[in-house]
Design a protein around this ligand. Structure first.
Ligand SMILES: [Zn+2]
Length: 410
């Protein structure tokens, strides 16, 4: 076990964590159900969010077995999102130029999914390796020519790769650091695998965006940590790594891209983030308690909005069976009486059912066929992309409900 006890801090190990938000018992987000599974009893797990006064890390208490979460039937294929593909391509092109990468370089991506990012290195003739425990996406990556090992990344795997002579010039790790149960083992693995002049480029959702925009639905069991730059800086220093640059990213509702290197060369961007977090109190428990109150207010307003529309006999469908939708639907209590189906572009999700509230997932063509009065946008982070794809729905009088940061109809 990486942690001393069930409720010790995932970074520093201290045991007195302070819970500030309780989202109740929740099923596993992203674990969509088949029709047959609807009849079975669905497992639920507590979803409580806590603050560590010692190292400032925000984290959930429960750790669900990663095998259960990320391996078989993992439904998320990165290549489905065109904005994510473009975001990744720009990231890679910049790194190739800035680090002068060529056929003698070596790039590793941790949680490489279906090869959505590494394919850009393959195209440029730069050797690379993806590591991902989810079979479906890992096989999809192999099919498009991205070498992939279907396994979890940890310290031991990093040692094995080093013994094979594989040290990395660049390690990518997008939206995975917050998911790993052994945070310290994962970061130590990065240190081992990275060449002394290499760089780890890591994208994580930023806790301050979560708080400022009330993105409580990004809290679910897959997502164990919610990082501030203060907490990240301390985490990397524990492993002789340095957070040298931080950039804000618009994707996923506001993430950070971190440039982490063995040598210390801290850019002003990092100092600015640390100072801003100090100024707004992001290193205090009280800051997170105010957020919890705002979350309770969203629940109340969304419930009254939906109840009002239903009493006017309006039909409401949801859009995008995203993991965050699971938290939102379950915490707010949006059942099939209020939202009768969820449209999703991903064919792997269609024909299945949302966990918890059990709405059927249908194709996006169904939006025009059944013309609901309102579409509740569960993937609000892809709001612009989705709304631009649904111009015909809008032309016929359809409206969108955006639930976060406060419920509005557009
Ligand atoms: Zn701690």
């Amino acid at each position: 076990m990486p942690r001393g006890d069930k409720h010790s801090c995932r970074i520093c190990g201290q045991t007195n964590l302070d819970v500030f938000l309780d989202l109740g018992d929740s099923p596993l987000a992203d674990r969509l159900l088949t029709k047959a599974q609807l009849e079975e009893k669905e497992p639920v797990y507590p979803l409580q969010v806590a603050f560590c006064r010692n190292c400032t890390l925000v984290q959930i208490l429960e750790t669900v077995d990663p095998e259960e979460l990320f391996c078989k039937d993992y439904p998320y294929y990165s290549s489905v999102s065109s904005s994510l593909l473009e975001h990744s391509r720009q990231n890679v092109l910049e790194l190739i130029a800035r680090r002068r990468l060529d056929a003698h370089s070596f790039v590793v991506e941790l949680a490489s999914n279906d090869g959505y990012l590494l394919r850009n290195y393959v195209d440029a003739g730069i050797p690379c390796l993806g590591i991902d425990p989810a079979e479906g996406p890992a096989h999809a990556a192999e099919r498009i020519g991205v070498p992939t090992r279907c396994t979890f990344f940890h310290e031991d795997l990093a040692r094995r790769l080093c013994r094979e002579g594989k040290k990395a010039d660049v390690i990518h790790a997008n939206n995975v650091l917050a998911h790993v149960a052994d945070t310290n083992g994962f970061v130590e693995g990065i240190r081992l695998l990275l060449k002394d002049d290499g760089v780890a480029v890591i994208e994580v959702p930023y806790v301050k965006n979560l708080i400022d925009h009330c993105e409580f639905d990004t809290i679910y069991h897959q997502h164990l940590c919610y990082f501030s730059v203060t907490a990240l800086d301390r985490l990397f220093r524990r492993h002789d790594l340095h957070l040298n640059e931080v950039r804000p990213l618009a994707i996923h509702g506001g993430s950070l891209r971190l440039y982490v290197e063995p040598g210390e060369a801290v850019a002003p961007s990092v100092q600015d983030y640390l100072a801003e977090e100090k100024a707004c109190g992001a290193d205090t428990f009280e800051y997170y308690c105010r957020f919890a109150q705002a979350v309770a207010n969203i629940k109340e307003r969304l419930r009254s909005l939906l109840a009002g529309l239903k009493s006017d006999r309006r039909r409401i469908m949801a859009y995008a069976a995203a993991a965050k939708g699971c938290t939102l639907l379950n915490y707010v209590g949006i059942d099939r009486e209020w939202v009768d189906a969820i449209a999703d572009k991903n064919p792997y999700k269609q024909g299945k059912y949302m966990t918890g509230m059990h709405q059927p997932i249908v194709s996006t063509e169904q939006v025009l066929e059944s013309m609901p009065d309102y579409l509740l946008l569960l993937a609000w982070n892809f709001k612009d992309e989705i709304m631009s794809q649904q111009t015909e729905y809008v032309a016929r009088g359809g409206r969108f409900i955006i639930p976060i940061p406060e419920p509005v109809i557009v």
